[in-house]
Design a binder for this molecule. Structure first.
Ligand code: GRF
Length: 212
């Protein structure tokens, strides 16, 4: 997993694994910020955690290469970006697109980039949510696997809306990782497939945390 901050999505996966609800293993957590709470969460769980400082590398590409050398040394089947805040170059992304996913706090393709809750409120959106998508060179533009939707209420501010979305991000990530770990989701030339069939729209996480 790649994370720059709080690590609540990492924690959701760890909790599901500990509870025996998700058959997976987190083999390493990597960050561009040594102080990221996500790293402490990993260490608390006995998982190797490594921070690399961009300042110790001469270029973005050199940093990316060092980062992914460390990631690949753990031999992951899947690379999950959860709150990893640095842009990744195409040279490291392109060869890994089919096994690298990101969780983004909006209903993509709406509200890419930063401050998604502020963007949603400014646009007067009545529905908002989160998406898990394959990572491509196109920032927050890779094929979407699954989404969880929440309503936007009159009177919401960024704090209330982001809390409502985050509460759904956690089961969304757990349930999507479950499908990926089971080999039921794949990225092919035709887009995302689920149980061998191309998805024409992202899977939607229902209130009971099952996909509709
Ligand atoms: C989440 O909202 C995620 O969607 C976004 O960054 C935030 C990370 O939260 N990409 P956390 O570090 O997992 O708590």
């Amino acid at each position: 997993m790649l994370a720059s901050g709080r690590g609540s999505n990492l924690q959701a996966l760890l909790d599901a694994i500990t509870a025996g609800a998700l058959d997976a293993r987190v083999v390493g957590v990597f960050s561009d910020r040594a102080g990221a709470p996500a790293l402490a969460r990993a260490r608390d769980a006995g998982i190797p955690a490594l921070a690399l400082s961009p300042r110790d590398h001469p270029s973005r590409d050199a940093f990316d290469i060092a980062l992914f050398d460390a990631v690949e040394a753990t031999a992951p089947d899947l690379i999950i970006c959860a709150g990893y805040m640095r842009l990744l170059g195409d040279a490291v992304v392109a060869p890994r697109s089919a096994r690298m996913v990101n969780i983004h706090p909006s209903l993509l393709p709406d509200f890419k980039g930063l401050h998604t809750h502020r963007q949603a409120l400014a646009a007067g959106a009545t529905r908002h949510g989160a998406s898990v998508h394959f990572v491509t060179a196109d920032l927050d533009g890779g094929p979407v696997i699954a989404q969880a939707e929440v309503p936007v209420f009159a009177g919401d501010d960024e704090a209330t809306l982001s809390a409502r979305v985050l509460e759904r991000e956690h089961p969304l990530l757990v349930e999507t990782v479950r499908l990926l770990a089971q080999g039921r989701i794949a990225l092919g030339d035709g887009g995302v497939s689920f149980d061998g069939r191309v998805l024409h729209a992202p899977l939607q996480l229902a209130a009971n945390n099952r996909f509709a």
